[in-house]
Design a protein around this ligand. Structure first.
Ligand code: KG4
Ligand code: ZN
Length: 337
């Protein structure tokens, strides 16, 4: 069976066609992404109204491209899937209304997908052997959550950030270091040129939760830079990047270790989200899992950031469960997993 999936929750408009064989094996026939990064870069972050307009401009074109690349038309599709939550409401509504119209006009069933579940499902594309249960860490520009995944459609957030998402913290620190939005990937690289000589506070909250708070590290970096400037001292950008990465990644490792201590039956850890592309986080989790004899699943780099293929992968389990949406489907900005 084939799924056309649409993603428009933030600043990438994406359409994909996925084929599933009778065992559920996934073939990504196309996964077209129109990024708005250049449009938002000059504002230093995503401007919601501009994002909605850019989605509206791109969505038809990239959907046709997705069909062309997949070598099929809408009549070959079994169902249309769309990200309905969480995300920027105006951005979500562009995708939701487009998918609703397409499904209605072509008499296809419609599936609403949770964006966070999509990030997790990106791993089913990369790792055909992956099966729940497992523990997942979703780290993106909007979310940072530790998730207990008991089945393909059964999952619960057991910890995560109480304020800034990890990607958001990366982007904010990158911005004060003069890098264009979104600076996460540039910070990843710059950290290799420096040494973690500055001690920034841990984001792992010292209590019995699995929660983190990244706003403290971000403020500590800003204070460090402002203090140095006031004293007329030179700052070493690479050392700051290396120290921030060290503090952020080790905080995540602290809480993931605690989560693994508690979830004693867990033998699999899955990384998901845009920050899953971070090489320091990947290396630290690889070491942690090797030490603890846990199998680690890392998504292919092309499925870390927002893309429609991951939405199609998550939609497959809704399709199998017979869970469809009607024409009353609405977008929802804030939603749990
Ligand atoms: O999942 P995503 O594409 O969008 C959201 O759902 O938020 O994640 C985007 C985030 C941005 O904050 C971006 O800076 C961050 O992922 N990111 C990275 C790296 N690549 C992307 N952060 C750290 N290191 C990277 N290599
Ligand atoms: Zn995302």
């Amino acid at each position: 069976m084939k799924i056309l999936s649409i993603e428009s929750s933030c600043d990438e408009t994406s359409a994909a066609v996925l084929d599933f064989d009778c065992d559920g094996k996934i073939t990504v026939l196309s996964n077209i992404i129109a990024s708005q990064i250049e449009i938002h870069a000059r504002f230093g972050g995503v401007v919601p109204e501009i994002a909605s307009r850019a989605h509206a401009e791109a969505i038809s074109k990239i959907t046709y491209e997705a069909f062309d690349e997949a070598g099929c038309t809408v009549s070959d599709i079994d169902t249309v899937a769309v990200t309905a939550q969480p995300g920027l409401i105006g951005a979500l509504l562009v995708g939701v209304n487009f998918a609703k119209s397409l499904a209605y006009a072509n008499n296809k069933p419609l599936i609403a997908v949770n964006h966070m579940r999509g990030h997790i499902a990106a791993n089913y594309i990369t790792h055909p052997d992956l099966r729940p249960p497992f523990l997942a860490l979703i780290a993106s520009g909007g979310h940072t959550s530790i998730v207990r995944v008991t089945d393909y459609r059964e999952m619960e957030v057991i910890g995560g950030t109480r304020d800034d998402a990890l990607g958001e913290a990366f982007d904010k620190v990158a911005r004060v270091l003069g890098m264009p939005y979104p600076g996460g990937a540039a910070m990843d690289k710059l950290a290799y040129e420096g040494k973690p000589t500055i001690k920034f506070p841990s984001a792992a909250i010292r209590d019995d939760t699995l929660d983190l708070s990244f706003s403290g590290i971000k403020t500590a970096v800003l204070n460090y830079i402002n203090t140095a400037k006031q004293k007329g001292e030179e700052i070493d950008r690479a050392d700051i990047a290396a120290s921030f990465v060290e503090a952020a990644v080790s905080s995540v490792i602290t809480k993931i270790s605690e989560a693994l201590d508690r979830e004693i039956d867990t033998d699999k850890l899955v990384l998901a989200g845009g920050v899953a592309a971070n090489s320091h986080l990947r290396a630290a989790l690889t070491k942690l899992c090797a030490d603890r004899n846990i199998k680690l699943y890392l998504p292919d780099l092309k499925y870390c950031g927002d893309n429609a293929a991951m939405i199609g992968a998550a939609a497959y389990f809704e399709y199998k469960a017979g869970v469809f949406a009607g024409t009353e489907l609405n977008g929802c900005a804030v939603a749990d997993i």
